[in-house]
Write a protein that binds this ligand. Structure first.
Ligand SMILES: *[C@@H]1O[C@H](CO)[C@@H](O)[C@H](O)[C@H]1NC(C)=O
Ligand SMILES: *[C@@H]1O[C@H](CO)[C@@H](O)[C@H](O)[C@H]1NC(C)=O
Ligand SMILES: *[C@@H]1O[C@H](CO)[C@@H](O)[C@H](O)[C@H]1NC(C)=O
Ligand SMILES: *[C@@H]1O[C@H](CO)[C@@H](O)[C@H](O)[C@H]1NC(C)=O
Ligand SMILES: *[C@@H]1O[C@H](CO)[C@@H](O)[C@H](O)[C@H]1NC(C)=O
Ligand SMILES: *[C@@H]1O[C@H](CO)[C@@H](O)[C@H](O)[C@H]1NC(C)=O
Ligand SMILES: *[C@@H]1O[C@H](CO)[C@@H](O)[C@H](O)[C@H]1NC(C)=O
Ligand SMILES: *[C@@H]1O[C@H](CO)[C@@H](O)[C@H](O)[C@H]1NC(C)=O
Ligand SMILES: *[C@@H]1O[C@H](CO)[C@@H](O)[C@H](O)[C@H]1NC(C)=O
Ligand SMILES: *[C@@H]1O[C@H](CO)[C@@H](O)[C@H](O)[C@H]1NC(C)=O
Ligand SMILES: *[C@@H]1O[C@H](CO)[C@@H](O)[C@H](O)[C@H]1NC(C)=O
Length: 411
């Protein structure tokens, strides 16, 4: 965008070169103010291509905040810096020269000597007493301020910003630096909170692990969700469970309640009481409230299905001190979740049932339950959760790379 008016520039350059030539014989780059064979390795705030060396000097003088520059003698790339070159890290590079504006006569800038152009504009002298400010870029927004101590960055016209919204949100449009020095107007929209929203965000997403965003008391928190049935109108949300999660109605029964001796139940009892273990590899999360669909066994294996967070056995717990044999374990390690402590366990209605122990690990990631008892005739007893709620784990999240951050199709 920025092209120095050639004629005027040539005049200024010639004038300046002739001044220098009065003192010494110099060729194109042999100004004593330039430090040869070195480059500034810090990020510059503004870059121009295809400039002559003196144009680079003059450009730096014409920018309100420029103190130093480096210049690639092969490509004509001129990079501007806010501080004297001595404040920066430099590296050897035969294609570069470094200069500081303090070493050059400011008169090189003509009427721009005492300009008040804003940081994102360059001064351009139009007569011996007048100048104009040419906008060359936009000031940094969001976290795109790659400069020191809060200095705003200057991004050149046409620069496209990446993520301008905070985590969990995306911009409604591509944000580009406009010619007037303003960024494209945009609003931040929330990323999907469930798999159905993910489907409408980008119809090309298939079954897999995604980062979705749960709204919780005004903040938006990331959660790793397995989206399933994404090619149907019935997309469902699951949590993949890397650790062992199971629910059992024990296949063992007491043969003697005074000695607490157990035996494997006979096939009829196993069939009648539907005894056996269910291992859950994923559990279904209902939308919005992080409530578990306890009966969903799409990703479970079992001979007789036992609901998630449920345990029982076929024993009759009256006048005995023998422990319950049914167990369940909810183990949310390596997931985005912990168990919400408002989740409650209740006994199945039966005089023979017992709920021995429900224990939460200190960080609420693991819940172990020990329950037993039968509901006659031929009905499993023990305990069940009235509702299992998860909540977002504020102290742990799986590896960011283990799931896809949605990219929504913009209108
Ligand atoms: C230049 O970069 C170095 C390391 O990359 C950093 O320590 C130093 O503070 C930077 N200097 C300035 C002036 O930005
Ligand atoms: C650019 O931004 C400035 C300052 O915010 C504002 O005054 C001006 O109207 C904007 N220009 C356009 C074309 O939106
Ligand atoms: C994006 O949001 C801004 C601000 O609300 C609005 O002016 C602009 O028209 C929107 N752009 C698109 C492409 O929807
Ligand atoms: C997944 O989609 C298939 C085909 O539409 C359907 O039979 C099945 O019940 C769905 N599963 C779930 C868990 O919704
Ligand atoms: C759990 O995550 C840790 C890293 O955070 C990893 O080392 C470990 O193997 C994972 N365990 C399982 C069972 O996936
Ligand atoms: C249970 O065990 C006790 C102690 O060994 C024994 O006295 C009793 O006869 C046993 N009862 C049955 C029903 O086997
Ligand atoms: C359940 O299925 C998984 C995967 O097919 C397998 O690794 C696991 O051993 C099975 N568990 C049980 C209890 O059958
Ligand atoms: C349990 O023990 C109590 C007191 O010993 C007794 O009254 C009751 O009948 C016993 N119940 C059964 C079912 O054995
Ligand atoms: C419940 O479980 C905890 C931890 O496993 C254990 O310390 C406690 O003794 C158990 N309580 C009962 C009544 O079994
Ligand atoms: C725990 O579950 C209850 C009941 O659904 C809910 O009101 C509460 O907000 C949940 N807590 C968190 C931290 O998610
Ligand atoms: C939609 O998702 C596909 C594949 O996952 C991705 O390649 C594409 O870039 C996304 N579309 C947009 C507009 O982000």
């Amino acid at each position: 965008m920025y092209r120095i008016r050639c004629l005027m520039d040539t005049v200024i350059m010639l004038a300046y070169v002739s001044v220098i030539m009065c003192h010494e014989t110099c060729t194109h780059l042999q100004y004593p103010q330039l430090q040869h064979g070195e480059q500034i390795t810090n990020d510059s705030y503004l870059v121009f291509d295809d400039l002559y060396p003196l144009q680079c000097v003059k450009t730096c003088i014409s920018s309100f905040v420029c103190h130093a520059f480096d210049y690639n003698v092969r490509t004509g790339t001129c990079s501007l810096y806010r501080r004297p070159s001595g404040d920066y890290v430099t590296g050897e590079n035969l294609n570069y020269v470094i200069g500081d504006v303090a070493d050059w006569p400011r008169s090189l800038a003509g009427s721009c000597v005492y300009h008040t152009c804003p940081v994102n504009a360059l001064c351009s002298a139009i007569s011996s007493s007048r100048y104009v400010c040419d906008v060359v870029g936009c000031l940094g927004t969001g976290d795109k301020t790659n400069t020191l101590s809060g200095d705003p960055a200057v991004f050149q016209v046409g620069y496209e910003l990446g993520d301008v919204c905070k985590e969990g949100y995306y911009a409604n449009t591509t944000v580009v630096c406009q010619h007037d020095g303003n960024w494209t107007a945009f609003t931040c929209l929330r990323l999907p909170s469930n798999c159905a929203e993910l489907q409408s965000c980008n119809t090309s997403y298939r079954d897999g692990e995604y980062w979705l965003y749960h709204s919780d008391q005004g903040t938006v928190k990331r959660m790793k969700i397995f989206c399933y049935n994404m090619t149907t109108l019935n997309a469902k949300d699951y949590v993949t469970l890397p650790y062992f999660n199971f629910a059992s109605r024990s296949r063992y029964v007491y043969s003697n309640y005074s000695t607490c001796t157990t035996v494997l139940a006979d096939p009829d009892t196993i069939a009648d009481h539907k005894l056996g273990d269910t291992e859950y590899l994923k559990v279904q999360l209902r939308r919005s409230k992080l409530r578990i669909a306890r009966g969903d066994t799409t990703f479970a294996n079992y001979t007789h299905k036992t609901f998630y967070g449920t345990a029982g056995d076929a024993n009759i717990f009256v006048n005995t001190t023998c422990p319950a044999l049914g167990q369940f374990r909810i183990d949310l390690r390596n997931t985005s979740f912990t168990v919400n402590r408002t989740s409650e366990w209740i006994l199945h209605l039966s005089p023979w049932s017992v709920m021995e122990n429900i224990t939460f690990s200190s960080n609420n990631q693991i819940v172990d339950g020990l329950c037993g008892g039968a509901r006659k005739p031929n009905k499993p007893g023990g305990c069940r959760s009235s509702n299992v709620f998860f909540e977002i784990n504020n102290h742990y999240q799986p590896d960011l790379k283990s799931a896809v951050i949605p990219r929504c199709v913009m209108n």
